[in-house]
Design a protein around this ligand. Structure first.
Ligand code: ADP
Length: 258
């Protein structure tokens, strides 16, 4: 019976050790798989613009005698893809650095009203140049503490999307207001395509694009909102998405000012 006790004890000890190793390994394995998936997706996203650039360049080489003016189309297509690659690599770098925890958050004291007015100004022009109108309402007296580069990046991501997914003639509304508990509310409304309910909970995931925008070839990469979410998290805030009525989408950010 001593042997039996030892055997039972051994089984129990083995079981506990196995359980512990499985449960403590799980997050590590998951994070390892996420990183593998991230690299695979990144490589996949880089391939399409590179192929387009290669094709355009090969085509240009077959026309050595033609002028730049005559070849404006392949040249501008190439330039567009290069810009796309720039945005993509910048975003990949931001996410890789955020994973590695090597981005220093540089909070500074900002005068809210002037800072938001200055930051938003170019976007009113950009929207107009694409035959969309933009209304702004900034009511934020006093100071706030945040990283101006990151919050600018957040605003750019939300406004870029609002403009990109809104057809000509549509309206984008950008609002900032100080609200209860010394928090800032930033709101971006558009009258665009809207986001189906089934997609709403996924849009902040890396590389996620709804089928609608995938098919529309709007030239996105599904990284913008993942970065937006990371920036908001770093500032201890929240970001959410809802329908705008009667049409379009509204993104809302709440952020403490201290
Ligand atoms: P992308 O580069 O594809 O725009 P994002 O991460 O910024 O990547 O957005 C993820 C997806 O969320 C988009 O592909 C699109 O399907 C949807 N989306 C984001 N913003 C809007 C918006 N303002 N209106 C409609 N759909 C949007």
């Amino acid at each position: 019976s001593l042997l039996l006790t030892l055997l039972i004890f051994w089984f129990l000890a083995f079981g506990v050790a196995y359980f512990l190793s499985r449960s403590s390994m799980k997050p590590i394995l998951e994070s390892w798989n996420r990183q593998k998936q991230f690299s695979a997706n990144a490589a996949h996203e880089l391939r399409t613009p590179l192929t387009v650039i290669q094709n355009q360049m090969e085509y240009l080489l077959t026309k050595p005698k033609s002028s730049v003016m005559e070849q404006a189309e392949p040249i501008s297509t190439t330039l567009e893809e290069v810009r796309h690659l720039q945005t993509l690599t910048n975003r990949l770098l931001t996410l890789a650095r955020s994973d590695a925890d090597i981005i220093q958050i540089n909070r500074q004291e900002m005068s809210l009203q002037t800072w938001f007015e200055q930051t938003i100004k170019p976007y009113v022009e950009i929207a107009r140049s694409q035959s969309k109108s933009m209304e702004t309402s900034i009511r934020a007296a006093g100071k706030g503490h945040f990283d101006p580069d990151l919050i600018r990046q957040l605003i750019i991501i939300l406004l870029d999307n609002a403009i990109k997914y809104t057809p000509k003639g549509g309206t984008i509304i950008f609002r900032v207001a100080k609200v209860r508990d010394n928090r800032l509310k930033i709101e971006v409304r558009d009258t665009g395509s809207g986001i189906p309910d089934a997609d709403k909970k996924h849009v902040f995931e890396r590389f996620y694009r709804s089928d609608k925008s995938r098919n529309a070839k709007t030239g996105g990469n599904g990284l913008g909102l993942a970065i937006a979410k990371w920036i908001v998290d770093e500032h201890k805030g929240t970001v959410s998405v809802a329908d705008n009525h009667p049409k379009g989408t509204v993104f809302t950010v709440f952020m403490p000012l201290k």
